[in-house]
Design a protein around this ligand. Structure first.
Ligand code: SAM
Length: 263
C-alpha cells in the first residue's frame, strides 16, 4: 500500500515519523550507506571538519535528531584525534527510542562508553524541555538529516537558539535543492526509483523510504531555510565563500550545510 504522505495532517506527522524510524532503526546505518553509496560519510566528515570540535573548538555539544550517533562519534573522534581532547561532550537527542538504543549499543564498543563525553536523551527537537536542557548551555547545536522530519521547523530553530550560549553555533546538514538542471534530473530519477527499490529489497520497507524521498522534496530551498535561521535570531553568512550566503552546498546542493551564530 502507498500511504499518500502528502495528505497526512500536521498533527499526525510526528507519530508517522516515529513509525518510519522505528521500522528503519535496526538497518539504518546499512541503508544510509547503500542509498547514498557511502557519500553521507564524506558529507558528515566535512560537516564535522567545518565545526572543528576539540581543544579550543565547541566543548559542550548537542546533536539533535542524532539517531544512532553518527555525528556524535565523529565529533568526539575529531576532538581526540586532532587535539587529544577528551573534554568535548555530545548530548545525543532523538524522538525515537529505537534509534537511540541502536546508538547506545554502538557506543558500547567505543572508548566513550560510560564517560561524561556521551549521553542519549529521548526528546522532541521542537520542545527539548526547559528543565532537562537549560537555556544558554551549549557551545554547538548540530542537526544532521533531521530537521526536515520536524513538524514545525521554526519551533525547532527557536529551541536551538534557546539552548545555545550567546556566541554558540547552530549547524545543520540536510538534503537540499539541486540547482544544476542536468544533475537535478539524474538525482530525481535516482531518488524516486532507486531508493524506494533499495528500501524494499534491503529493508523490506518501500513506504518508509518513499517517505524519506518525499520529505526531501518538501524541505525549503537553501535560500528559504537560511531566511528561517536568520528569523530565529541567528547571525548567518560568516563562514562561507562562493555563494555569499549562509550555507555551503555539497555535491551541487544534494546536501547542504547551514550555520548561524547566536547573538
Ligand atoms: N543525525 C543522524 C544521522 O545523520 O545519521 C540521524 C538522521 S535520521 C535521517 C533522522 C532522525 O531524526 C531520526 O532518528 C528520527 O527519529 C529523528 N527525528 C525525527 N523527528 C524528530 C523530532 N521532532 N525531534 C527529534 N528527533 C526527530
Amino acid at each position: 500500500t502507498h500511504f499518500g504522505y502528502r495528505t497526512v495532517p500536521e498533527e499526525s506527522k510526528e507519530s508517522l515519523v516515529r513509525g518510519v524510524f522505528d521500522s528503519v532503526a535496526s538497518n539504518y546505518d546499512l541503508m544510509n550507506d547503500a542509498m547514498s553509496m557511502g557519500v553521507h560519510r564524506l558529507w558528515k566528515d566535512e560537516f564535522v571538519g567545518l565545526l572543528r570540535p576539540g581543544s579550543k573548538g565547541p566543548v559542550r555539544c548537542i546533536d539533535v535528531a542524532g539517531g544512532t550517533g553518527d555525528i556524535a562519534l565523529r565529533m568526539l573522534d575529531h576532538a581526540r584525534e586532532k587535539y587529544a581532547d577528551r573534554e568535548t561532550s555530545v548530548d545525543v537527542v532523538d524522538i525515537n527510542a529505537e534509534m537511540l538504543r541502536a546508538g547506545y549499543v554502538r557506543f558500547k564498543k567505543t572508548m566513550y562508553h560510560d564517560t561524561s563525553q556521551i549521553a542519549f536523551h529521548e526528546a522532541n527537537a521542537q520542545d527539548l524541555g526547559q528543565e532537562r536542557f537549560l537555556s544558554n548551555s551549549y557551545d554547538l547545536y548540530t542537526i544532521a538529516f533531521g530537521i526536515r522530519n520536524v513538524t514545525n521547523i521554526r519551533e525547532a530553530l527557536a529551541e536551538a537558539y534557546r539552548v545555545l550560549k550567546p556566541g554558540g553555533t547552530f549547524a545543520c546538514l540536510e538534503f537540499n535543492k539541486v540547482t544544476n538542471p542536468i544533475l537535478a534530473q539524474l538525482y530525481d530519477q535516482y531518488s524516486f526509483s532507486v531508493i524506494p527499490m533499495l528500501g524494499s529489497i534491503l529493508a523490506g520497507d518501500r513506504d518508509s523510504y518513499q517517505y524519506l524521498v518525499e520529505s526531501i522534496r518538501r524541505f525549503p530551498s537553501q535560500w528559504d531555510f537560511a531566511k528561517m535561521i536568520a528569523d530565529a535570531g541567528f547571525a548567518t553568512g560568516e563562514h562561507h565563500s562562493g555563494n555569499g550566503g549562509a550555507w555551503r552546498d555539497l555535491w551541487g546542493g544534494i546536501a547542504c550545510i547551514h550555520t548561524g551564530v547566536k547573538v
